[in-house]
Design a protein around this ligand. Structure first.
Ligand code: GLU
Length: 469
């Protein structure tokens, strides 16, 4: 087999725009991207949009958005197969001329009969080669009213194999492979053929794709050989399974990567998590994009199927949230607060991020937490007030208001110290003061640390709400 490892590495991601960029596609793109980056190569994006019935411009946009969000910009492309039709026609004409392809006039009824015959003989249903030119063979007369398809003249003997970058050696008997249709009666090229011409023209050196394409590979190799092209290396990625061990699907929740953006996941966390679905570097679970690029090697891609684990994704996301600067988090969370009709400018959002980020798993959780400061104040419900705001509580709150007003500094520390001193003085436990305080100034029974909440709300607001009780 001709190998291309000495040429500069060129990989491609070749999605069919029939839906969103889903998790499996994003992972395939990521590995192709990381491999190209690791080798200082070129990452090509090719949109395989020849299925006119199923391809939509919205899906193309969704794929571009997903890749942009994940920071996997292509170095070349997007190329669109629909814009390359002339090139495919040119190659088909050339193949017809040099005899690596031929016209086949068999009607659908004849093809059905052929398949039936093969089946009856206990063979795989297949095209019987009626129109395949052979030395000394007389072909049937061309039917006047029928447009032919073009078939690839596949070798009939020997095996076609490759050393898969992930699965190891794979081979198929050529006798198992049909003479594949490469152009339909209207002249439009078929899927496997376009892929080959593109990989050839785009000088792709490494094809990483889902293992649902394993059966296409020997056909593509044979066509590429017939064209005199250099074979890329192929690596077929095992699929991603859902937490229940079934193939990952819509049933397992969000499958479009942009849903994860909506749900408050950071692109860095997604990249880190997706990379671990089928690739490893020792026991490292957390790594940066730069480390992924530095470490990425197809030898560490796993043969077995990976399993989607939402809990682990949350853990990874929580890590990236903790690592993010308060400024960055505030910028990402502000629009999410606005989306909840909150006002992100009602508070110093960076301070709020500092308060919340150690316990949040998603940006949406940060936004929910920040609403304590960004939503209009709603007083405690009458039920909560009746339960916790009795006379003793009112007395404590009144005393707290006086002492807090007199504090020289209004900080988490001075406020916590004041609360502690009052608890000691009155011989009561934390909830006796903290719950009434929370209800009085936030309307809620549960909040993050009360000293920090009071500090963020500010002296004026806290005293105003206490006075209003
Ligand atoms: N367009 C194909 C798909 O979305 C991928 C083809 C390939 O990677 O060779 O499944």
């Amino acid at each position: 087999m001709t190998s291309s490892t000495s040429s500069p590495v060129r990989t491609r991601f070749a999605p069919s725009p029939t839906g969103y960029l889903h998790l499996g596609g994003a992972r395939t793109a990521l590995f192709s991207w990381a491999f190209a980056r690791h080798h200082q190569g070129v990452f090509v994006l090719r949109v395989e949009d020849t299925d006119l019935e199923r391809s939509t411009p919205e899906a193309v946009q969704a794929i571009l958005d997903g890749m942009q969000w994940l920071g996997m910009q292509p170095d070349e492309g997007p190329f669109y197969q629909m814009q390359r039709m002339d090139r495919y026609r040119e190659v088909i004409a050339k193949m017809l001329q040099d005899g690596t392809a031929y016209h086949c006039y068999s009607s659908p009824e004849e093809l059905d009969a052929m398949r039936e015959k093969a089946r009856a003989a206990g063979l795989k249903p297949r095209y019987d080669g009626t129109w395949r030119p052979e030395p000394g063979k007389t072909l049937p007369p061309v039917p006047a009213d029928r447009k032919p398809v073009v078939r690839f003249r596949n070798p009939t003997e020997g095996v076609t194999g490759w050393n898969d970058l992930i699965k190891g050696p794979i081979s198929f008997d050529n006798s198992e492979l049909d003479d594949l249709i490469i152009a339909r009666p209207d002249g439009t090229p078929t899927y496997n053929f376009c892929v080959v011409v593109d990989d050839w023209d785009m000088k792709i050196t490494h094809v990483l794709r889902g293992d649902d394409h394993v059966n296409n590979t020997p056909r593509q190799i044979n066509i590429l050989r017939a064209l005199g092209g250099t074979l890329p290396e192929y690596g077929h990625l095992p699929m991603i399974l859902g937490p229940d061990g079934e193939k990952l699907s819509k049933r397992h929740g969000a499958v479009s990567v942009m849903e994860y953006d909506k749900d408050g996941y950071l692109p860095e966390a997604m990249i880190n998590y997706l990379a671990r679905l089928g690739w490893s570097h020792g026991n490292d679970e957390l790594f940066t994009r730069e480390q992924l690029v530095e470490w990425f090697d197809t030898r560490n891609l796993t043969k077995s199927a990976a399993q989607w684990d939402p809990k682990k994704l949350n853990w990874v996301n929580a890590h990236y949230i903790k690592q993010s600067s308060n400024e960055d988090l505030a910028a990402r969370v502000a629009p999410r607060i606005l989306a909840q009709q909150g006002n992100p400018e009602a508070v110093d959002l960076q301070t709020v991020m500092a308060l919340l980020k150690d316990r949040a798993e998603t940006l949406n959780q940060l936004a929910d937490g920040a609403m304590l400061f960004c939503a209009p104040f709603t007083p405690a419900s009458p039920e909560l007030a009746a339960e916790h705001l009795d006379d003793a509580a009112h007395a404590l709150l009144a005393e707290f208001a006086v002492k807090a007003k007199a504090l020289p500094d209004w900080t988490t520390e001075t406020l916590d110290a004041l609360i502690k001193a009052m608890l000691a003085e009155h011989g009561v436990k934390m909830p006796k003061l903290a719950i009434p305080l929370r209800l009085a100034v936030t309307g809620q029974k549960q909040t993050p640390g009360i000293g920090a909440v009071l500090a963020i709300l500010g002296r004026d607001l806290v005293l105003e709400r206490l006075a209003a009780l």
